[in-house]
Design a protein around this ligand. Sequence first.
Ligand code: NAD
Ligand code: UD1
Length: 309
Amino acid sequence: MVDAPILITGGAGFIGSHLADTLLARGHAVRVLDNLSTGKRANLALSNPRLEFIEGDVADAALVARVTAGCKAVVHLAAVASVQASVDDPVATHQSNLIGTLNVCEAMRQNGVKRVLFASSAAVYGQNGEGTAIDEDTPKAPLTPYAVDKLASEQYLDFYRRQHGLEPAVFRFFNIFGPRQDPSSPYSGVISIFTERALAGLPITVFGDGEQTRDFVYIADLVQVLVQALEAEWLEVGPVNLGLNRATSLNQLLAAIGEVLEGLPPVTYVEPRAGDIRHSRANNARLLLRYEFPQPTPLKVGVAKLLGR
Ligand code: NAD
Ligand code: UD1
């Protein structure tokens, strides 16, 4: 008998496709629901008979209910991941970023599926906790429709936990990077932009003085935590910061890229972006307490892998 699949919404995207690869390698069956708005078929191991791909939208409640039937767990990653897109078109992005979550909750209730992993974001803290290591109890200050929808999604998942026995494992991702992250928009993750431009020898723009810091997590490190959250008997009630408590400035990032490539194209420093957070770093004590997290990938090693070196 074939094992019940794990449903990954947004599974053709950057994070979802890496998780799909790892789950398949661990012997799970995987079902992906993705509307291919930013995800790609090419990210998926479509020739693997344990992988099923359904092209469709999480905003379509009937479809979500159908694809959730018979699954043993859900990983809900489908969202418009661009914060700027949510600022430009809050109504459209809300369909994916909140209605999608509600449809997943309802589909799970109808089908008796319990475990769900959810990709929330450090964006829920807004500017709060800046300059310190942000812990999960730091007051929330969602500043954009993207962050509002992430926080509301967390709260809906908690409602379904209390009311209907869902088992949500909520992670607030900090800055995740690695292969398959789409560099095509100016608002894509900074590492995907810098590495793509450095490889092509194109000039790099830094917004501000480059001394702003981020807590960058290599994709493989994130995936090993998600796998544990899926396979564990126990459930951590409450959100978990997914960061390393490691601050890297953009100047340090550029130095790492320059070392790997033995040189950099011209770098220009311009005005900081309006509303840019200066320092973002996770207090990850809860993560380290609950999950096995042996050796985070050093930034330079992750950057080298991304650059194919
Ligand atoms: P991504 O854009 O590569 O992945 C999102 C996937 O969801 C894509 O494949 C896209 O086609 C799909 N999708 C979007 N709207 C959909 C819809 N309505 N119906 C079905 N599929 C839809 O981005 P990612 O970086 O892999 O992000 C995955 C999740 O992690 C997102 O929820 C994002 O908000 C969250 N997150 C990412 C980061 C990061 O640093 N990458 C940080 C915080 C949170
Ligand atoms: C990231 C997430 C966002 C989340 C936030 C929470 C991405 C794409 N965005 O935003 O979802 O809300 O963490 O903390 O992962 N920069 C440059 N040059 C460029 C591009 C960016 O200097 O070409 C700078 C930005 O101004 C910023 C830094 O790099 O200071 C990081 O930017 P970015 O990768 O977009 O991530 P965040 O803004 O941290």
